[in-house]
Design a binder for this molecule. Structure first.
Ligand code: SIN
Length: 350
């Protein structure tokens, strides 16, 4: 795409900021709302070769939309700015705002789908959270970029166009929340960021992708399917989520870190264990004691992929990586689940 956000920035940012966000009036086209949260897709830098030191979450949704007028050919698009920040700053409060807004939008008959622009660092956490808390068959698509909007060959504009195209496509229904980057369509349940800087970073090593974009059109590999035993959590009445901490496991890990986490307010703990969610004998003992006090501990893996089975001393995360396990444990705690019920939420992954 020759038109870049750099030119939009240099020539029209003030005009664009004052322009109504609604970008088209054709009511025949599917109605799509973009909820913008920030990230590299909204990032800018003074240098067009800078892909690491730019400022993420700089540009407003109006600027992003003006840079991709092609989206108006596939949908009637509106934009809303939920936040404009790096994705490390996405809080429980923003997650709940997003989920409630999306459930509200998709509850309306005229709304075909929703796109969320997001920083890629934690996009998988937000995507997973939304997958468990949005009740709709309509498409919900998260999109980000690995290069800021000001870079040569910025990936954001094409990613955004593909996300809107996917959300507007009836074949995208009943597939759960999806993540789109680099022409790939991934399941929110399984997809993770696997490389810190490259464009092909989003992968689900074992389950694979749902589909791919070819010349701007989504091509699915399978008919609609859902992750096995995905749970739904109603968050409509929640204003916050219980704190859950993740502890990374390694040789000679100090068991005292478990108590430090609980004393700091953690209501549950996820361990990024080695191999099949393993820890040292001393850690095992400390985890058992914590579980006996009613603090749920979930064993996940630091390996980046694979299955973690239940232990005699703690709940196994199944296929969920530590950051997704944390979200599920937060939702289980928020729903008032006891240890047995919490274990069942994770058991349902097996
Ligand atoms: C972020 O996650 O906000 C920064 C990195 C990115 O969007 O790629």
């Amino acid at each position: 795409m020759k038109r870049t956000l750099l030119s939009a920035l240099l020539t029209g940012v003030l005009v664009y900021a004052a322009t109504p966000v609604s970008a088209a009036t054709d009511t025949v086209k599917p109605a799509i709302t973009i909820l913008a949260t920030g990230g590299t897709i909204a990032g800018s830098s003074a240098s067009n070769t800078d892909t690491t030191d730019y400022k993420a979450g700089s540009l407003g949704i109006d600027v992003l939309m003006k840079a991709v007028p092609e989206m108006n050919d596939v949908a009637t698009v509106k934009g809303e700015q939920i936040s404009n920040t790096i994705s490390g700053n996405i809080s429980s409060s923003i997650l709940l705002t997003l989920s409630k807004r999306i459930n509200g939008l998709l509850g309306s008959e005229g709304q075909q789908g929703v796109v969320i622009t997001h920083g890629t660092d934690t996009i998988e956490e937000t995507a997973f959270f939304l997958d468990l808390t949005v009740k709709s068959d309509k498409p919900v698509v998260l999109v980000g970029a690995m290069r800021p909007a000001t870079a040569i060959s910025a990936d954001g504009p094409m990613n955004l166009l593909e996300a809107v195209t996917l959300a507007a496509d009836s074949k995208a229904q009943k597939r759960g929340v999806m993540v789109v980057l680099n022409d790939r369509i991934g399941s929110a349940f399984y997809t993770s960021k696997t490389n810190s800087t490259t464009l092909d970073t989003f992968k689900a090593y074992d389950p694979g992708y749902l589909g791919v974009f070819v010349s701007g059109k989504p091509k699915f590999y399978f008919t609609p399917a859902q992750p096995v035993d995905r749970n739904f959590f109603d968050v409509s009445k929640l204003n916050d989520l219980p704190p859950v901490e993740i502890l990374y496991s390694y040789q000679d890990q100090l068991p005292a870190m478990l108590d430090a986490a609980v004393q700091s307010g953690a209501k549950g703990i996820v361990i990024a264990g080695s191999g099949n969610g393993n820890v040292s004998s001393k850690m095992e003992q400390a985890i058992k004691q914590l579980s006996e006090k009613g603090v749920p501990v979930v064993m996940s893996a630091r390996t980046g992929s694979g299955y973690v089975s239940t232990k005699s001393f703690a709940i196994g995360a199944g296929f969920l990586n530590p950051q997704k396990s944390r979200i599920l444990l937060q939702l289980a705690l928020a729903s008032g689940a006891d240890l047995k019920q919490t274990a069942q939420y994770f058991d349902s992954q097996r």
